[in-house]
Design a protein around this ligand. Structure first.
Ligand code: GLU
Length: 472
C-alpha cells in the first residue's frame, strides 16, 4: 500500500507550533515510507478563513522545508463534489432532510437537560417524508443507531465509541453548504489518504467520519491522534497568557533556524532514547508514528534556544549566511555592500544564539553605528587611550595590504612603541571601530570593517575623547 498522509489546516490564523508539529509528523510518516504528503486547505468557514492565513501557512511550511507532493487543495473549490456526495447519501437513504426549527431544537435540548440526559438530536425527522412549508431543511447523516465504532489509533490504541452516543450530525446546512465532517470524509476518500495524523481535539469526530465513510462503501484510513502541546507551566498554550511566540513565522522573525525548530518540534511528543539532536535525515529514518507519546508535552523555550545555538555553530557557513542575510535585510542592511557575508557569518557563528542577535552584532560591519555603548565608551574611550589610538591609526593608515595579519602586526607595533600591553591599545580600538566592548578578535574585526571605515571611526573616537576631556 502506498502511504498517503495529509495535513489539513483551516486557514483561520497563522501556522502555530501545534499545527507545524502535526504537519511535520505527517510529513515524516510519508517520507519514511516513501509515500506522498498532501496539503489540503480547509477553508469552508468563509467567515473565518482568510487569504493572509493561507499565505502564512504556505510560508511557514516552505520555511520549514515541509514540501508537499500534492496540493494545496482548497475545499472551497470542491463544493460541487460535496453536493454530489450529499445527494448520493440522500438518494440511498443514508441521510435525510431535517426541518426542525431552531426553537424546536432548543426546546428539545432544554427538555433533555431537565431530564439530566446528554443533549443530542433525537432523530425526529428520520422518518419524515414530506417537506415543511417555509423551512429550508438541513441534511443529517443517518448514524447507525446501535453497535460500536472502534478506532484503532496508532498512538492511543483502541478507542471504542458507542453509536448510541453519536447523534445524526448535520452534513449540509440549510443553505446547502457542507459541514466539516462531511468535507473531511469526502476529501480523505477522494485523495486516497491512507493515514490521518491530526490533533486529538479531532478524536471525537473520528467515529462520525468512519460511519460516513462506511456509508459511502469505503474503508476508513488509519488514524493517529496527537496529544496536545501545553505551555511550560502545563496550562493550555495561549499567546496572550504565555507571551510565547507560537506562530512558526514568529520563530523565523526571532532568529531561529528552521532545522532547530523542526528538531524541537519532533521532540514534542516523540523521542529516541535520550538523543536530543536529530538531522532531518535521522528524523526520517528513526521516526515512527507509533512511538509518539500518548500524553501531552510541554513547550520548552530554553531547549529551542539551545538547539538553535547548536545548529548555528554546526551548520555550513553558507547556510548561516543565507539566513543571516534575511535578518540583516530586516535591519535595512544590504549585505552586498560591505564585507563578504560568508566571512561575517564565519566569525559570528560561535558567538550568537539567534540570527537576530547575529545580525545585530554584525551591523557595524556594514554601516557606522549610531552611538558608542555607554559602558564601553566610559571605560575605554578615556584620555589615556588617545595616544594609543592615534598611534595605531597611523600604523593602520600606512598599511597597503589590509589583511588580518598586517592589522594584527600594526596593533602589536603600536603597543610596543608605547610600551603598553596590547589590550590597552586593542580594547579602545575595538570600541572605536565597533562601538562595543565585545567583538570577534581585533584583527578580524578591523579587517571586516574595512580600512576606510576603521580610520573614519578612529577619528570619531578621538574627537569623542577630546570632547570628553574638554567637558571634564
Ligand atoms: N481542518 C482541521 C483543523 O485545522 C483539521 C482536520 C483534520 O485534520 O481532519 O483543525
Amino acid at each position: 500500500m502506498t502511504i498517503r498522509a495529509r495535513f489539513a489546516p483551516s486557514p483561520t490564523g497563522y501556522l502555530h507550533i501545534g499545527g507545524a508539529r502535526t504537519a511535520l509528523f505527517s510529513w515524516l510518516h510519508a517520507r519514511k515510507h516513501g509515500g506522498k504528503f498532501v496539503l489540503r486547505i480547509e477553508d469552508t468557514d468563509l467567515e473565518r478563513s482568510t487569504a493572509e492565513s493561507v499565505n502564512a501557512i504556505l510560508e511557514g511550511m516552505t520555511w520549514l522545508g515541509l514540501e508537499y507532493d500534492e496540493g494545496p487543495f482548497f475545499q472551497t473549490h470542491r463544493f460541487d463534489r460535496y453536493r454530489e456526495v450529499i445527494q448520493r447519501l440522500l438518494d440511498e437513504d443514508k441521510a435525510y432532510y431535517c426541518y426542525c426549527t431552531r426553537e424546536e431544537l432548543e426546546a428539545m435540548r432544554a427538555e433533555q437537560m431537565a431530564r439530566k440526559e446528554k443533549p443530542r438530536y433525537d432523530g425526529r425527522c428520520r422518518a419524515r417524508t414530506t417537506p415543511r412549508e417555509g423551512v429550508e431543511p438541513v441534511v443529517r447523516f443517518r448514524n447507525p443507531a446501535d453497535g460500536v465504532v472502534v478506532v484503532e489509533d496508532l498512538i492511543r490504541g483502541k478507542v471504542v465509541f458507542q453509536n448510541s452516543e453519536l447523534d445524526d450530525l448535520i452534513i449540509a446546512r440549510s443553505d446547502g453548504s457542507p459541514t466539516y465532517n462531511l468535507t473531511v470524509v469526502v476529501d480523505d476518500l477522494d485523495m486516497t489518504v491512507s493515514h490521518v495524523i491530526r490533533g486529538d481535539d479531532h478524536l471525537n469526530n473520528t467515529p462520525r467520519q468512519i460511519n460516513i465513510l462506511r456509508a459511502l462503501g469505503a474503508e476508513p484510513p488509519v488514524y493517529a491522534h496527537l496529544p496536545m502541546i501545553l505551555a511550560e507551566d502545563g496550562a493550555k498554550l495561549s499567546k496572550r497568557v504565555h507571551g510565547e511566540s507560537v506562530s512558526v513565522i514568529q520563530y523565523r522573525e526571532e532568529g531561529y533556524l528552521p532545522e532547530a525548530l523542526l528538531n524541537y518540534l519532533v521532540r514534542l511528543g516523540w523521542s529516541h532514547g535520550d538523543q536530543e539532536v536529530f538531522s532531518l535525515e535521522e528524523m526520517v529514518t528513526l521516526f515512527d508514528i507509533k512511538d509518539v507519546n500518548n500524553s501531552a508535552s510541554s513547550i520548552n523555550p530554553s531547549k529551542l534556544l539551545w538547539l538553535n545555538q547548536h545548529y548555528i555553530m554546526q551548520s555550513p557557513v553558507e547556510h548561516i549566511a543565507h539566513h543571516l542575510s534575511y535578518h540583516l535585510g530586516k535591519l535595512d542592511i544590504d549585505p552586498s555592500h560591505g564585507p563578504d557575508i560568508l566571512e561575517v557569518a564565519k566569525v559570528q557563528q560561535e558567538r550568537a544564539k539567534t540570527l537576530v542577535e547575529m545580525a545585530e552584532m554584525s551591523s557595524y560591519f556594514y554601516h557606522d553605528f549610531a552611538e558608542f555603548e555607554e559602558k564601553a565608551a566610559k571605560k575605554h574611550l578615556r584620555p589615556v587611550a588617545a595616544e594609543g589610538l592615534a598611534k595605531v591609526r597611523d600604523a593602520l593608515a600606512a598599511l597597503e595590504d589590509w589583511t588580518a595579519e598586517n592589522i594584527y602586526q600594526a596593533v602589536v607595533t603600536a603597543s610596543e612603541t608605547l610600551e603598553l600591553k596590547m589590550g590597552k591599545v586593542a580594547q579602545p580600538l575595538r570600541v572605536a571601530v565597533s562601538g562595543r566592548a565585545a567583538t570577534p578578535s581585533i584583527d578580524i574585526t578591523l579587517y571586516l570593517v574595512g580600512k576606510e571605515a576603521c580610520l573614519r571611526r578612529i577619528d570619531r573616537a578621538l574627537d569623542y575623547i577630546a570632547q570628553r576631556e574638554s567637558a571634564a
